[in-house]
Design a protein around this ligand. Structure first.
Ligand SMILES: [Ca+2]
Ligand SMILES: [Ca+2]
Length: 499
């Protein structure tokens, strides 16, 4: 299909990476660097059950034109699919094709497209790949693609900067993480596409946005942050709304954040208020590609983090839509600042949360903080050759990541033979949460106000709630506050009164 490319000619510097992304293995990246041209070859191996995949490669800040070519594909035809409808519903497991619930658009090439995006001080090449592709009315499944990336460089010297902690987090997403640090540069790009600024040059790392009625509590948090050496500022939402241009409040907030990124060089922003106080942006992200359906609009504060572009370049008021196979999805998927939200609804909650934060940060954590609670339930039972999905397996993987001095408690509902594999009950979860854990993780089915386990008795399925919103409100863990993760549908939704 494409001519093989002689990698030995360009193999000046060899960078070997063994990166196991969720669906894709990057076998290695080879680099050849000259004054004006940089050539890289990247080998990508698809795992068995994967579809689309994006890889991110940090490129030098002086990169100008970039070309990505595919020079080798290992693939085999999928015999069951010989026509070319736009949509399929199937998955591939152990080489066997099984109909499943996923809608998937099959492109004409595994290399779907590429573009340059920005993440803070990094210039990044984003490449979209697809395991399946169609060619002459046949569908192929590929196991490996090799890419040649040619980068022309401008004759400009950019000032390199030391990556800070936020940069280090961003770097973990790059397939060439090792060399990315050398590319971290003060590009001094202006994110603002609106020609509007209301701020003077300053040095502010952390900005709090608060509605007026909660501002006295936000101010207490501000003073606390300042006392700990953080260069922090408080900005009222009413000032943003009356000062910045924008079609609605989220756009005005984002225009302020762009201005603060450019002029204050902020790294962090805190939204002090729930979705009623400070609105979220809803983006168009349908679960099914065919028709917009209910639930196609998802709330996200990512809009406030990824500051390039507008998320709505066609100005139709629909944000973050992805049109067919176009990679112009209007979202720059690389964040430029870190954004958090404290979803307080009233003064009582605001006072309570600020007290908790100050107490937590000013009291040395006890031994309890090194306790982790992992709760895993069955997501789906094995069926028709397709393996079941078990939260317990995910919890086992997570357990291995904790430092050795952590004390880990596991509560599972599982069909596998784990120790204590039927102890995920409402009473056990509540009593463990009351003891106080530093880290709590749930992997199960979930709703806005609840977490669920599912089990079978004589092949009949039963559903049982193991944590309600009311349970959380009644907990007696006091100041032993947990960092809680939930890999479950809708739990922790930012636009509801959720669990
Ligand atoms: Ca960005
Ligand atoms: Ca749009």
């Amino acid at each position: 299909m494409l001519k093989p490319y002689n990698v030995t000619r360009i193999a000046v510097a060899v960078l070997v990476l063994a990166l196991f992304a969720s669906n894709l293995q990057i076998a290695h990246v080879l680099s050849a660097d000259t004054d004006r041209t940089l050539v890289k070859t990247v080998t990508c191996q698809f795992k068995e059950n994967s579809f689309y995949k994006t890889i991110l490669l940090a490129v030098p800040p002086e990169s100008s034109s970039i070309k990505v070519e595919m020079f080798h594909v290992s693939s085999q035809p999928m015999e069951n699919f010989t026509d070319t409808p736009s949509y399929y519903a199937f998955t591939v497991y152990n080489g066997v094709t099984i109909y499943y619930r996923i809608s998937y658009v099959v492109p004409d090439s595994p290399l779907m497209g590429y573009e340059i995006v920005y993440a803070r001080d990094f210039k990044v090449l984003k490449i979209d790949l697809s395991k399946l592709f169609k060619d002459h009315f046949k569908i192929f499944s590929c196991s490996e693609v090799r890419l040649k990336i040619t980068i022309k460089k401008l004759n400009i010297r950019f000032r390199r900067v030391m990556p800070d902690t936020l940069d280090m987090q961003i770097m973990k997403n790059f397939i060439n993480m090792g060399e990315a640090a050398n590319y971290c540069a003060l590009i001094s790009r202006q994110i603002n596409d609106e020609d509007f600024s209301a701020l003077e040059e300053s040095d502010v790392a952390y900005v709090i946005i608060s509605p007026g009625e909660l501002s006295s509590y936000a101010e207490r948090l501000l003073e606390w942050k300042r006392s700990r050496g953080v260069k922090a500022e408080l900005v009222l939402l009413s000032w943003i709304k009356s000062t910045y241009p924008g079609r609605d409040t989220p756009e005005k907030i984002r225009n302020f954040l762009k201005d603060a990124y450019n002029k204050w060089h902020i790294k962090w922003a805190l939204l002090f208020g729930d979705y009623r106080k400070i609105p979220v942006r809803y983006i168009f992200n349908p679960d099914y590609l065919r028709e917009p359906n209910q639930g196609s609009y998802k709330p996200t504060d990512y809009y406030y983090m990824a500051l390039d572009g507008s998320f709505d370049e066609d100005h139709d008021g629909i944000y973050g839509e992805r049109k067919g196979l176009s990679i112009k999805d209007e979202i720059d998927w690389m964040p430029d600042i870190a954004v958090g939200r404290i979803p307080v609804s009233n003064e009582d909650e605001a006072e309570n949360v600020v007290n908790k934060i100050i107490s937590f940060e000013s009291t040395p954590t006890g031994q309890w903080f090194k306790r982790a609670l992992l709760c895993g339930a069955i997501i789906s039972f094995s069926q028709g050759g397709y393996p079941g999905i078990e939260g317990a397996e995910t919890c086992e993987n997570i357990a291995r990541l904790f430092p050795r001095d952590y004390n880990i408690t596991k509560l599972y509902e599982s069909s596998k033979d784990y120790h204590n594999y039927h102890n995920l009950t409402r009473s056990s979860v509540v009593s463990h949460l009351n003891i106080g854990y530093g880290c709590v993780n749930f992997v199960s089915h979930g709703g806005y106000d609840s977490l669920w386990r599912v089990y079978k008795v004589d092949s009949r399925e039963f559903w049982d709630c193991y944590l309600w919103r009311m349970d959380a409100l009644m907990l007696s863990n006091k100041f032993k506050l947990s960092v809680v993760y939930a890999a479950s549908c809708n739990t922790g939704a930012i636009d509801r009164d959720s669990l």
